[in-house]
Ligand binder design. Structure first.
Ligand SMILES: Cc1ncc(C[n+]2csc(CCOP(=O)(O)OP(=O)(O)O)c2C)c(N)n1
Ligand code: SF4
Ligand SMILES: [Mg+2]
Length: 281
């Protein structure tokens, strides 16, 4: 059955030629795809208002090619660089990057922190499955310390990034984290992130049952979501816990929502000044 003819309230947002999904059964990517489209639907926006940009990895297939919109599927680690160009050329568009933890924080790490620093108005959705899913389950900068993966069979020796703290330090305007176990919260947060006039970052902890759960011992999709349910703690609750009690917990919620000068608007002012100075000579 074609995805476009499936009787679903969000089916109108699926490209008619999209025949199937590239993602495995039980992958968290489907929950997130639905969350993004539901948020756009509830905001009353058209997909024509958007340009979606993704890098390389399983998560990059969330908008591409199935969202019935302008979708740019770029090179590994570079979606934010492409998205920056799109936003500069078409400031009226909502630009949304959807990509993986490896794509955005390993090879693309510098693009991530500099886009946050510049506070360019775009929504960046990071699908954090704690691994390089598409290439077979290699360790990523988000893999928990000590976890056995195909490239760390005796345990990961490296500390993982707290990506939300990383982008906060870099200068983002809006920052949130949820897991796929909290789909309603994902929709609410996505609506705020899309409307933010600045760099909005949403991390979604998502299950990869095939390359993560199966190979690390974390189990199948249901077991991984059960783990998210048992270990998610709100920001308010986390403040009451000691560092020891927070080990292994997933702190979820909206961490930051501030207003500060946005790059494209600031550049327009700088350009106007330069033009005025050139005209004055
Ligand atoms: C320049 C370059 N280096 C490496 C790769 C191989 N590669 C493709 S996807 C990927 C990692 C994907 O991990 P992530 O971004 O977390 O996405 P996931 O598949 O987990 O959703 C890598 C290393 C590539 N395609 N291009
Ligand atoms: S390999 Fe993992 S992340 Fe990739 S589609 Fe399959 S379940 Fe999802
Ligand atoms: Mg990944």
């Amino acid at each position: 059955m074609s995805l476009a003819t499936f009787d679903h309230p969000l089916a109108k947002y699926i490209r008619p030629s999209a025949k199937s999904t590239a993602n495995c059964p039980g992958c968290g990517n489907g929950i997130l795809a639905q969350g993004i489209l539901q948020a756009i639907d509830e905001l009353g926006l058209s997909l024509d208002d958007f340009v979606f940009v993704s890098g390389i990895g399983c998560s990059a297939w969330i908008p591409s090619p199935s969202f019935f919109a302008d979708v740019l599927h770029t090179t590994h680690g570079r979606p934010i660089a492409f998205a920056t160009g799109v936003k500069a050329a078409m400031p009226g568009k909502h630009v949304m990057v959807v990509s993986g933890d490896g794509d955005l924080t390993a090879i693309g790490g510098n693009h991530l922190i500099h886009a946050a620093r510049r506070n360019i108005a775009m929504t960046v959705v990071c699908v954090n499955n704690g691994i390089y899913g598409m290439t077979g389950g290699q360790v990523a900068p988000t893999t928990p310390l000590g976890l056995s993966t195909v490239t760390t069979p005796f345990g990961n020796a490296e500390n993982p990034f707290d990506i939300c703290k990383l982008v906060e330090g870099a200068g983002a305007s809006f920052i949130a984290r949820w897991t796929t176990y909290q789909p309603r919260q994902i929709v609410k947060t996505m609506k705020k992130a899309i409307q933010k006039q600045g760099f909005a970052f949403v991390e979604v902890i998502s299950q990869c049952p095939v390359e993560f759960g199966r190979k690390t011992g974390m189990g199948n999709s249901v077991q991984m979501m059960e783990h998210y349910k048992q270990n998610s703690v709100t920001i308010a609750k986390a403040k009451t816990l000691s560092p020891e009690e927070l080990v292994g917990k997933i702190v979820v919620g909206e961490f930051l929502d501030v207003d500060k000068p946005e790059l494209i608007e600031t550049m327009a002012k700088v350009r106007a000044k330069a033009m005025a100075a050139a005209g004055a000579k």
